[in-house]
Design a binder for this molecule. Structure first.
Ligand SMILES: [Zn+2]
Ligand SMILES: [Zn+2]
Ligand SMILES: [Zn+2]
Ligand SMILES: [Zn+2]
Length: 243
């Protein structure tokens, strides 16, 4: 004899169930608590991107680069679209975009998702709330050390050099490295980045190595993970002879 269960499962999920809505609300609260550095700033103030910023890893509409940690941005007061305004990298995306009274975004058609996107009609009046004082100057190497002293020191402590001393290069404006992808963080290499070459000597791979900007990709690849091979060709990299 078989037990024939005709009982249907009634607990199937409703998209707008209370639970779903609550968890969405909680998530929003967590998001702003997480990115607390940027939570209570006035409209148009410069914000410094953190891993928890909503725009982190999204694309800047002007330069098309992904926003990285420490990138300085301004947000559209109406739709919160982020644009760079970053002296460190000379990325003047906000001003470039809003020049000549352009609005934030036009209506557009998204061919991939087959939907029409509503634009944002915000226009900038050419002024910032912080026009005189709070615009950040590019940091000299000296003041960078001063500003983030403890972080700088702990960064140094954590640098292991199993493959010997690596030469750190600062990427120039028209350098051929610009636009290559760092194999560790997957962000593109930009002018102003501090990078080191893969020590295999056979690939054209560059890792970030800039403790000031939290981009210690080389260190993480070779030190913490103990990887001793080229991320491009998998060729083994010999360790530096012990002294
Ligand atoms: Zn940009
Ligand atoms: Zn907008
Ligand atoms: Zn990187
Ligand atoms: Zn290599």
């Amino acid at each position: 004899m078989t037990l024939n269960s005709s009982h249907k499962d009634k607990t199937h999920k409703d998209k707008n169930s209370l639970k779903t809505r609550l968890s969405r609300e909680i998530q929003t609260g967590i998001d702003s608590a997480k990115d607390s550095e940027n939570a209570d700033l006035p409209d148009l103030a410069i914000r410094t991107t953190t891993m928890y910023s909503k725009w982190y890893t999204r694309h800047c509409p002007t330069c098309k680069l992904k926003f990285r940690e420490q990138d300085q941005v301004r947000l559209c007061p109406q739709c919160s679209q982020a644009y760079h305004d970053d002296d460190q990298y000379n990325l003047r995306c906000w001003e470039r975009h809003f020049a000549n009274e352009r609005n934030c975004k036009n209506d557009s058609h998204d061919p991939i998702n087959e939907v029409d996107r509503k634009g944002c009609y915000y226009k900038w009046n050419g002024k910032f709330p912080d026009d005189d004082d709070s615009r950040r100057q590019p940091l000299s190497d000296f003041s960078r050390v001063e500003e983030i002293g403890p972080q700088f020191l702990s960064g140094l402590e954590n640098i292991r050099k199993p493959f010997g001393e690596e030469k750190i290069e600062i990427v120039k404006e028209y350098d051929e490295k610009v636009g290559l992808k760092c194999p560790w963080c997957r962000f593109l290499i930009r002018p102003g980045d501090h990078v080191v070459a893969c020590p295999c000597g056979k690939c054209n791979t560059w890792f970030h190595m800039d403790i000031y900007r939290h981009l210690t990709c080389w260190n993480e690849w070779n030190g913490f993970r103990g990887n001793n091979f080229c991320p491009e060709t998998s060729a083994k990299i010999e360790k530096a002879p012990e002294k």
